[in-house]
Every structure is written in structure tokens, then in C-alpha cells.
Design a protein around this ligand. Structure first.
Ligand SMILES: Cc1ncc(COP(=O)(O)O)c(C=O)c1O
Length: 419
């Protein structure tokens, strides 16, 4: 008799997850099935960055590889919650870039990535049957991660006015705080800058949410995967907030330093949470990668000493800000459809006036231009798509070329756009 897998595994396999759909859409084999030449496809699908990693970070890896002793050291296990010297360096980074004071190494746990840290964190913060609140739209991997971690209910708070295509979080601050007080989620999970909208939550919005979670005895978790890629003149004050009993944050090395494949992330949380995190992380990854921690530690010290850290971050921000402007301009000129103006991150969301998945499929087949359907990010994006300029940060002509081609599809299919 063939053994049966767990119900959770079967359910997860049965329900197509947005991330799996994104991955399968972007598969060159799929392009070939559609009769497209993969090399000719213009993709706005990738949720990844394409700028150069900091020179000193590249050098740090080279130094390790050129030194037998360091290379040997990098092959050893790290402590479960990360190397003390790397935690100290992260404290220094937060102080140097964001004037974040009051953070201590004991409030840091280093992990393999923010994906793994989020998954493990769910088990530390939530009990089966609890509620977790997400904005709508929000990062499309969260629902699967949350459900894969444990049985909890996800409640959503919409922050897009679908009719006017306005991101309206700031108009609904009181409603959001009331929503938290009424629904009583154990965790409120926010992202800023956000994926998929690239909006930066305001201080007022975050402070109101924090006050509400304090009142009901819950946690506000901020996913800071895009923290350093922000275009606003004024950086929000919650960027400099030390962890507390109610506030914790998840960080990633993937985006700012273009280290997506060199998996490293960390959380900043109360000592209590960090201590409880140890046995969960010990069970999932045992310990974070030693090589990446060594290289990052060395980089942070060197870049602060040489005064190159802030200029690097500034330059990265400018690169993506420019790519964001080019994308919005190309959309406006070629397609004339409503989209959000990015305040950070890698994306915008465009209302397409028809089912987003149908739009994406038709677009790819007819023009070889790839977008991501909005449904996976929440109901508000059912008739919308996510457009990423991250991979094309150094190729602005391709952004314009892609939108020009996309226009062909619109010219032929405008009758489908009703909503
Ligand atoms: C909001 C958000 N959080 C987390 C991640 C995953 O980051 P990591 O590479 O650290 O797992 C992503 C990746 O796109 C993201 O958009």
C-alpha cells in the first residue's frame, strides 16, 4: 500500500501558490511551449535586484578565499543564532545608517534568509487558531508560508481604492487601528517598502498599528526586505525603532547588497523572543551560513571606516528610483493605465481593467512580454498586475521597449477591458 503524505503537504500541492505560478510563468520551457524564444522575452516578472554588490563585500569574499585559515574557519558551524561579531556589526550598521540606538547583539538572531526567519518566527509568535493580519495587497509568499507553518486564520485589511487606483493606507489609519482592536490578531505583519505596491508606510500608520497591538497584547512584525531601497527624502522614524515586547523586524541581505543567492537575513526582536527563537532555528537550519557572516562582518567594518557605506546605499537608491521613474513614464506614455508611483523597492501595480491572470497570459502569448498577475497579492489586485523594474535597473531602453510591445496587446484587446 502506497503511504500517504500529510494533509498539509497535499493541500499545499493542490492549491497553486502565487510564488509557484510566478516561477512557472518565468520558466524558459514554458516560453518555448508558447513558441517564444526565451532570449526575446522581456520580463517584468522578477522580484530581484540587478545592481552590483558593494566592492568591499566582493573583496571580503576574495580575502576569505585567499587565506587558508579564513577559508577553513568559514567551513565551521556558526552558533545557532549567529556569530557574535556579525551581530555586533549589524548593530553598528543600524546605528551608522539609521541612527538606531538601543539595539543590542542579544536582540539579534541571524538566519538563512528572511523567508526562513519569517517561517520560523510564525512558530514562535503564534498558536494554532490564532489570527494574523496582513494588508491587502501584501507579499504573495506570506499566505503559503503562514499556512505551511501552522493552522492560523489570515485576516486582511484593504489599502487600495480599486475604483480610483489610489493607495489609501493613510486615509484609513483609524480604521486600521480599530480593525486590529476588533479582530485581535496575535500578529500584524507589515512590509515597507512594500511588495507589490512599493509604497512606504507612514509613521502615523505604523505608530497607530503599534499602539493598537500594544493595547491588545500582540506583535507588530515589520518585514524590512527592502528597507534600504527607499526613495523618500525623509526616512520614516520607525526605521530607527529598537525592538520591544511588541515590535520586531525581519531583515534581508538579498536586496540592498545584491546577495539574493548568498542566503543571509536576521531578525531584531526582544531578548525574550530571540531566546525562544533559538530552539526553533536549531531545528530548521541548525545555524546560519558562516562564510556569509564573515564576509558581511568584514564589509560593514570596512565600509564604515572608509565612509563608503552611506554613498553605496545612496547610489543604490538612486539607481532604482530612476528605473521606477522610467517605468512609470513608459506606462503612462504607452499604456495610459493607472499605476502607483513607487516610493521604494522594485515594483509598481497597474490596474488592467480585466482579470490580471488572463491579461498576463494573453500578453505573454501575443507579445512575449511577461508580467505577474495580481491575484496572489490579495483581492484588491484581482484585476491588476505587478510590474518589476528590479532586473532591468541597468537597461532602461528595455523597459520602454517592453511597454511599447505591451501596447500592441492593448490595441488588439481593449474590448476585454471592462472593469
Ligand atoms: C517582502 C519580502 N519579504 C521577503 C522576501 C524574501 O527575502 P529573502 O531573500 O531574504 O528570503 C521577499 C522577496 O522577494 C520579499 O519581497
Amino acid at each position: 500500500m502506497k503511504p500517504v503524505l500529510s494533509e498539509r503537504a497535499i493541500t499545499l500541492k493542490r492549491n497553486i501558490s502565487p510564488v509557484r505560478q510566478i516561477m512557472s510563468f518565468a520558466n524558459p520551457e514554458y516560453f518555448k511551449q508558447l513558441g517564444l524564444d526565451p532570449a526575446e522575452v522581456i520580463s517584468f516578472a522578477g522580484g530581484w535586484v540587478n545592481h552590483a554588490a558593494p566592492v568591499e563585500l566582493q573583496e571580503s569574499y576574495q580575502e576569505i578565499f585567499n587565506d587558508k585559515n579564513l577559508l577553513h574557519k568559514s567551513g565551521g558551524y556558526s552558533p545557532t543564532l549567529g556569530m557574535p561579531e556579525c551581530k555586533e556589526a549589524l548593530v553598528k550598521y543600524e546605528q551608522h545608517i539609521y541612527d538606531l540606538n538601543g539595539l543590542t547583539p542579544k536582540q539579534i538572531a541571524i538566519g538563512a534568509s528572511s523567508t526562513q526567519l519569517t517561517f520560523d518566527l510564525m512558530k514562535v509568535l503564534l498558536n494554532p487558531g490564532d489570527k494574523i493580519a496582513l494588508l491587502d495587497p501584501s507579499y504573495c509568499n506570506f499566505p503559503t508560508q503562514i499556512i505551511a507553518a501552522l493552522h492560523v486564520t489570515i485576516v486582511r485589511f484593504p489599502v487600495v481604492d480599486v475604483a480610483t487606483w489610489k493607495y489609501n493606507a493613510d486615509e484609513k489609519i483609524k480604521q486600521f487601528a480599530d480593525f486590529i482592536r476588533t479582530e485581535k490578531p496575535k500578529v500584524v505583519l507589515l512590509v515597507s517598502p512594500d511588495n507589490p505596491t512599493s509604497q512606504v508606510l507612514s509613521d502615523d500608520f505604523v505608530q497607530a498599528a503599534l499602539k493598537a497591538v500594544e493595547e491588545i497584547g500582540s506583535f507588530l512584525v515589520m518585514d524590512f526586505a527592502y528597507k534600504d531601497i527607499v526613495f523618500l527624502e525623509k526616512i520614516p522614524q520607525y526605521y530607527s525603532l529598537a525592538p520591544s515586547d511588541h515590535f520586531l523586524s525581519i531583515h534581508s541581505n538579498s536586496k540592498w547588497s545584491r546577495s539574493l543567492g548568498r542566503r543571509l537575513g536576521w531578525i531584531e526582536a526582544s531578548e525574550d523572543i530571540i531566546e525562544s527563537f533559538e530552539s526553533v532555528q536549531g531545528s530548521s537550519i541548525l545555524c546560519p551560513d558562516t562564510l556569509h557572516q564573515m564576509a558581511l562582518t568584514n564589509y560593514i567594518h570596512k565600509a564604515i571606516e572608509k565612509n563608503t557605506f552611506k554613498p553605496y546605499i545612496q547610489q543604490v537608491r538612486e539607481q532604482y528610483k530612476k528605473a521606477a521613474q522610467e517605468t512609470v513614464t513608459a506606462i503612462t506614455e504607452q499604456l495610459g493605465l493607472p499605476c502607483f508611483t513607487p516610493q521604494g523597492g522594485l515594483y509598481t501595480c497597474m490596474k488592467v481593467g480585466m482579470d490580471g491572470a488572463q491579461f498576463v497570459e494573453g500578453m505573454l502569448k501575443e507579445t512575449g512580454v511577461l508580467f505577474i498577475p495580481g491575484w496572489g497579492f490579495g483581492r484588491t489586485l484581482q484585476n491588476a498586475i505587478r510590474i518589476s523594474y528590479g532586473p532591468l535597473v541597468n537597461d532602461h531602453p528595455k523597459i520602454h521597449q517592453g511597454m511599447k510591445k505591451a501596447r500592441e496587446f492593448l490595441d488588439r484587446n481593449s474590448h476585454l477591458q471592462s472593469q
